[in-house]
Design a protein around this ligand. Sequence first.
Ligand code: GLA
Length: 337
Amino acid sequence: MTVTAWAPGRVNLIGDHTDYMGGLVLPMAVQLGTRITATIDPPGPGHGHLVLRSDRLDGIVELALPVTDPTSVEPRWGRYAAGVAAELGTTVGATLEVRSDLPIGGGLSSSASLAVAVALALGADGTPLHIARLCQRAEQAATGVPCGIMDQLAVAAGVDGHALLIDCATDDVTPIRIPESAAFWVVDSGQARELAGSEYATRRTQAEAAAAIVGPLPHALAADIEAIEDPVMRARARHVRTECDRVHAFAAALAGDDLVRAGQLMVDSHRSLRDDYEVSTPVLDALVDRLVGVDGVFGARLTGAGFGGCVVALADPAVALDGIRVRPTAGATVRRG
Ligand code: GLA
């Protein structure tokens, strides 16, 4: 049997380092993604093997089934597939040909796109939320990074022409139409996201420590946050709280076609990620400054985990930037037979 699965990448327009704290995010599935053609072995006696080849990533991944430990698989990109196979309890072998037009490690969530495409190719079914949760667990197990749900859910649940307002406390997903007057660009800073894993976990721990004092950060009172004694915890909490407000305001600005306001909120978000959450870098700051100085650009901010990677910019459609223009796209699909 042959199965073809496709999963988009995603860009986060606003709302970073809020998902794992039960906050708001506003990502958008994009037109670039991962396509997998899988040939599933006929079920037979004993357990099979999974073989993956990629047109972009080096090496051939060979996994004995069932997968029990995805953490030491080589080549490393195979860990995402191994995590998914372990979650699914896959025992029937298959050969997966992976093709991607996403920049790898470039801020468009190539890893979540790969994981969701593998999950669909290997027969995962259920709601987009169910598939996203499975892939989130797979990624956490495979990489050790305690990531939130945003990337996988944006990839699985994308809606053509829309970004997704996701409340990560309730998993409610509200599509937000992207106006014709808005063009989003992803611009690579050229700085690899080296510290993303360890520093990401540290930020999460700090935010959780703050929440243990003042309660869930998205709804904490500003006065309570300002009363937190530890200055680092206070700043982390302030970012999560204010970022959730900005996500709401940004969704309203898009709905009202107020791109000047939306752009300002993106710049405010970047400053908060830089000053309160400390996940920016001088390279990202300089890129944001340069982009907001371009005529026709309404705003820009780092997107995703930070520590390098990409910037997302909101611009007039007449403007061309030195990056990838990303367009709102539907979520992952699968065709069997
Ligand atoms: C990474 C994680 C997401 C999210 C972002 C920051 O992309 O995978 O869950 O936490 O960082 O917003």
